[in-house]
Each structure stands twice: as C-alpha cells, then as structure tokens.
Design a protein around this ligand. Structure first.
Ligand SMILES: Nc1ncnc2c1ncn2[C@@H]1O[C@H](COP(=O)(O)OP(=O)(O)OP(=O)(O)O)[C@@H](O)[C@H]1O
Ligand SMILES: [Mg+2]
Length: 442
C-alpha cells in the first residue's frame, strides 16, 4: 500500500514524455540461427550443397502481434519456444532474419539497442557486482544523461552553464562531502533514484553491494533500474523465477500495480501459466517458435484455439479422451456415450463418424453415480489439499489418464472405482489431425 501511495505522489517524475505512444508491433517476424555442426557434418554439407538456408535453425516463424500502448502483454510457452529470442529482438540484442518491429511509429529493426528507449529486466538480475545499489541504479541514467535530459521538470533559469557546472564539481571534489558541488545532472539522478527506491522499498539498501542483498531485493533493484530509466517499453524475461513461492506471489502483485500506475507498455515472459493468467491483460501463447493464440486470460481458458493452448493453460491440465462423433450430436466411447448440448450439431456435422478428441478440465468433472453418460475411473492417486481434492486415475479399460478436482469432503481412496460426470457445457472438441478446436455456435 505504501508503495502505491508513493507512486501516486511521485508519479509525475516518472510520467512518460507527452504524446509518446509506445505501441509495439511485430510484422511477420522470422529468426533463425546458424545450426551448430561438427567439422565432419560441415564437410559433408559443403559437398552436398552450399545453400545457406539448409544450415540454419528456424527459431521464430510468422510472428504477427500488436501490443497496445500501455498494455501488459505476457508471452508464455514451454522452454525453448523462442520467448527470450523475441524479447532480445525487440531490445536489439539479436538481429532479425525477416520482418519488422515497430515501437510507436518508429521502425526499430536497424536501431542500435541504446537508441531504442527500451529497458529489459533479466532473470539473472544482471547487476554490477562491484557497484552499490545506488550506483547500479544510477549507471544507466548517467549514460543516458550524457545524451539527453533525464528529468522531465527542469527549471531552465536556475541552471549553470554545463561547463561551469562541471568545473565547479571538479574543483570541489577533494573537499568534505557537504561542501562539494554536485552537478545538476547528478542532483536530478539522485532525486529520481530516491523516488524509485522508495517506490520499491529499497531506499534503505542504496549503499549496499549486490552480494549483500537477498534474491528478492536484487530483483527489486533490477526492476528499479528499468523503472528509473523511464523507457517507452519494459521487457521482462522471467524476472521472478529465482524467488521463492511466497516472494514470487508478492512481487508479482507489485509488478502489476507498478505497471498499471506507470502505464508503460510491458512485455513479460514466463513459462509459468499461473503467472501468465494472473498478470497479463492479454497473453500470447507460444510453441515451437509460433504464436498459438493471443487473448485475455479467461478467453484462452474458456475458448482455447487448439489442443496445445487447451493443455497449456489451466492447472492441473485439461483431460483429453479420444472419441467418435456421430451426427447430429452423439459422442461415443466404449465406456460412455452422451449427446452434445445445443449448438454443437452444426460444428460437428462434417465430422460424422469421425475420430475427435474430447477435452474436459479437472474442475469440470464431479464424482457422480453409475450412468452411461458418466466416465468410470479406477483411482490411482488422491491428493487431499484440505480445500479440495485431486483424484487421478485411468478411464476404466483404457490407458487414458483422468484427473478430477473434487469436493474435499467426498471420501475417495486409491483403488476405488468411481464415476465422474462432465459439465457438458464446459467440454471441448479438437480435430486430432490438426489439433484445432471445433467451436460450437453460441
Ligand atoms: N544464439 C543462439 N544460437 C543458436 N540457437 C539459439 C541461440 N539462442 C537461442 N537458440 C535456440 O533458440 C530456441 C529458442 O530459445 P529461447 O532462449 O528464445 O527460448 P525460451 O522460450 O526463452 O526458453 P526458456 O523458457 O528455456 O528460457 C532454442 O531452441 C535455443 O536453443
Ligand atoms: Mg528464455
């Protein structure tokens, strides 16, 4: 709460420059890296052909995404899907293979990183170990200030000429601290650091070295360094993954409220779907270098576009069961059969007698009575959390694993044979060949 008040009080210092619209757009972005080859492979390759194309590994393909000004966009996906590479392309730490990236109305493809007005926070904090927290925060600002004004508000009439300011500072450097002249730029940097440090509650740590900080404190310093620069865009690459669970949840909330207050366009990378769901205004789900779906958290949860998104968003993950559909709306399995709710008939018409994949989330299965429309399951594992119980087992007579989230007070034991009813309005169907969702009419 205290930090929120501070942001409100000091927010003016950190306001983005007037009229800056930091929309971020990816247009058909491609990225490939040269494939690593052994000498023998290289020789063989050279003999076969000398096209460059064949010796490159494609890491990002057809990335088209538009992030609104001030939006908090989360990129989520499994390890190796290209999330960090995409961030590094925006920051200018990697070169594009194809396509365009725009920030506001500027095409930034060719701009050096320093000219992009973007601040990145890494998982590893990347603090300078030999500099105090204060100097870590000041480092980027000093570099910036040699080129541009740091402060938004600066009263022109009170300024010494820059040369006089510098000479005075040099001449008084050996005097006791209170008598030294501080260049105006340094005074502004100090004010900004103080504001940011109070905001993140690290003001009591300014004189410490990074090695004297806890993981959570280091991460706040890394965030502070990005915020102090007041960039057009924040890029955050798994900034919380080195923190323990409690601190991660706290810092998560703090980052979200800071971002809402500052209104700075933010792209946040994580492989944790809970983090994605709780932080993102919108989420882009990535897999194997491609964007699978972009949408608000609940949109992805309720209407996943394909099997990958359905299995990735939601915890524990969705259950998938191979079934056969029979027009107009019958779903058949050797263990159960039921009629799809209204709205599905049109959608499944073209799949008559075809194989489909039924998807149902653990929270949409309930312990129930023996009935042909219910799923019989042999219980193999029971996790009682107090508030709820997770029951895991196999669909009877099959190798299909089912997981159900059931009420805590229902007695279930390993080895039991139970029946699960589905909330039919919550089920999903997928084409097993393409993985694409089949959507009912609303
Ligand atoms: N410099 C490089 N040279 C060759 N291949 C690279 C390079 N950098 C990344 N890759 C490859 O690109 C793919 C995407 O890597 P990236 O670091 O973007 O994944 P990520 O989604 O951030 O994964 P993680 O969640 O593990 O951080 C990986 O297969 C990786 O091996
Ligand atoms: Mg990464």
């Amino acid at each position: 709460m205290a930090s929120l008040l501070l942001i409100q009080t000091y927010g003016w210092i950190l306001e983005a420059g007037e009229g800056v619209v930091a929309k971020v757009e990816f247009e058909n972005v491609y990225k490939s890296f040269p494939a690593r080859q052994s000498k023998k492979d290289k020789a063989a390759q050279a003999q076969l052909d000398n096209t460059k194309q064949s010796s490159r590994v494609s890491v990002l393909r057809r990335i088209n995404l538009s992030i609104e000004d001030g939006e908090f966009m989360v990129l989520v996906g499994p390890s190796g899907c290209g999330k960090s590479t995409l961030l590094r392309l925006i920051a200018g730490l990697e070169e594009l293979t194809g396509g365009n990236i725009r920030v506001g109305d500027r095409l930034i493809n060719q701009l050096p990183p320093k000219a992009r007005d973007i601040a990145m926070v890494f998982q590893s904090y990347a603090l300078y170990p030999h500099l105090t927290v204060y100097n870590n925060l000041a480092f980027g600002l000093r570099r910036m200030s040699s080129k541009q004004e740091v402060s938004v508000d600066r009263v022109e009439t009170s300024r010494l000429p820059q040369w006089a300011d510098r000479i005075l500072a040099a001449a008084t450097r050996s005097l006791p601290k209170p008598l030294r002249h501080k260049p105006e730029q340094e005074q502004e940097i100090e004010a900004r650091i103080q504001t940011v440090a109070e905001m993140l509650q690290i003001d009591h740590l300014l004189n410490r070295l990074p090695k004297e900080l806890s993981g959570g404190q280091k991460q706040r310093v890394a965030l502070g360094r990005a915020i102090a620069r007041n960039p057009q865009v924040f890029l955050m690459d798994e900034p919380l993954s080195n923190l323990d669970a409690k601190l991660r949840a706290e810092t998560r909330t703090q980052i979200v409220s800071l971002q809402r207050q500052l209104g700075t366009t933010t792209i946040y990378v994580t492989h944790d779907q809970v983090e994605a769901m709780t932080m993102g205004q919108r989420i882009a789900v990535m897999a194997e270098g491609e964007i699978q779906q972009v949408g608000a958290p609940l949109e992805l949860y309720n209407r996943p576009a394909n099997r990958f998104v359905a299995g990735f968003i939601g915890s524990p993950p969705m259950n998938f069961i191979p079934v056969v559909v029979q027009a107009p709306a019958l779903v058949l399995h050797e263990q159960f059969r039921f009629t799809l709710p209204d709205g599905w008939a049109g959608a499944v018409a073209s799949h008559d007698r075809g194989d489909l994949l039924l998807g149902i989330r653990p929270e949409h299965l309930q312990l129930s009575v023996a009935a042909t429309k219910n799923l019989p399951m042999r219980v193999e594992q029971v996790e009682a959390l107090g508030s709820e119980t997770f029951v895991v087992g196999k669909l009877l007579g099959t190798e299909v694993v089912l997981q159900a989230r059931v009420e805590a007070d229902k007695p279930v034991a390993v080895g039991d044979e139970v029946w699960l009813s589905m909330r039919l309005e919550k089920l999903h169907l997928f084409d097993p060949a393409t993985g694409l969702a089949i959507m009912p009419e609303d």
